[in-house]
Design a protein around this ligand. Sequence first.
Ligand SMILES: Cc1ncc(COP(=O)(O)O)c(C=O)c1O
Length: 366
Amino acid sequence: MSRGPFIDQVGIYLLSHSVGLPLRSSQQAAADSFWQPWQAADSNIWTHWLAAIQEFRTQLAILLNGDTASFCPQTCLSTAVAKIVDSLAWQTSKNCILLSEQDFPSIAFALQKALGDRVALKFIAAEADTSDIHVWDQHMTEDVGLVLATHVQSNNGRQLPVAHITALSRDKGILSLVDIAQSVGILPIDLDSWCADFVVGSCVKWVGGGPGAAFMWLSPEIIEHCQPRSVGWFSHRDPFEFDIHHFSYQPDALRFWGGTPSVYPFALAAHSLAAINARGVESIRAHNLKLADQIIDKLSPEQLISPLDPALRSGTLIVDFADRQPQLSAVLQQHQVHFDSRAQGVRLSPHLCNTEEQIARLTGLF
Ligand SMILES: Cc1ncc(COP(=O)(O)O)c(C=O)c1O
C-alpha cells in the first residue's frame, strides 16, 4: 500500500528510533548528486560532491537553527564524541565526565577509551529521575569538566531538560555535550536557545537519511579552544597548500573533518533533511503525538513506561505488557508489526510513514 512520499512498507513499520525509512525520491536524489557527477567523468567531480556535503550542512543549520559553519560531518556519534573530548585541554582538577547510566553505551565507551586515565566517568544512577534538574545539580560537582546530556534517552523514551542542563553547566563552568541521536528529525530543536558547547547527532533514525551521515555542532565560542588530534587535509585551513611541514586548523567546525570525506551518505541525508525542513518538524511532531495518543488510549496507565506528558515524551513509546509480552510479541510479529524491545518494554515509534488506520490495526492486536 502506498504511503505518500515514503517507500512502500510491508506491515506496520514502527522502528524510526532505529532506522528511519527513506523517501521514494531518496535514491534518485542521491544518484543526481553522487553518481551523476562521477559518471560525468570530468574534472568537476569534487566540486559537485563538496556542494552535496555543503547542502547537508545547510539543511542541518535550517533544521536545528544553527550556523552552517558550526556543523562538521562525521561518520557516527561515537567517533565524533571521541574526537571532541580528545581535542580539549583537560585540567587534572576537573577531569570527570558526568553522564547517566541511561545514556547510549557506545557513547560512554568512546568517552572512556578516547582519554583513558586522563578522565573518569561519573554516572548518574539508572533509577534517578534525569528529567529533574536538581538531580543534575547535585551531580555537577567541582571535579566535573564535561557533562553529557542525551536529549532523548532511548531506553525510557524520556526527554531531558537540555536547555536547563546546559545553562546550569555553563553557570558552573562545566562544558556540555548533547546527544540528539533520538530527537533530531522528530523534536523541534533550537540550538541557538541551548547554550551547549557541543552537540552530536546522526540521520539514520528519525531523519530517514541512512547510516553514515552523522554530524557534530560546536558553539562558535568553543571552536577556537578545540585542537583536534585526529585530522587530515580537509581539517586544514587551506587543504591545497600541500606544505608537509605546516598544518593550520580550519577556522570553523570543519577542523574536525579529517581526510578525504565520504560523500554518498551526506548526499542521501541532505535530501531527507530538506524534506523535513519543507514539511516542518513541528508538523511531524504533531503527527507523531497524534498517533502516539491513539496507542496510549488503548493502554492501561501501568503499561506506559515512557512519559505521558507530551512535553517530556520523546517520539518513542515504551510499553510494558508484563506477562503478556512474549505472547503479544509473537502476535505483533505475525502481523508484520516492526518494533523492538529493551529491558523496560517494547519500543513503538510512529512517524510520518504511519497512518491512523495502521495504528488502529496495531492497537486491535493488544
Ligand atoms: C541516544 C543514542 N546515541 C547514540 C546512538 C548511536 O551512536 P553511534 O552513531 O555512534 O552508533 C544511538 C543509537 O541508537 C542512540 O540511541
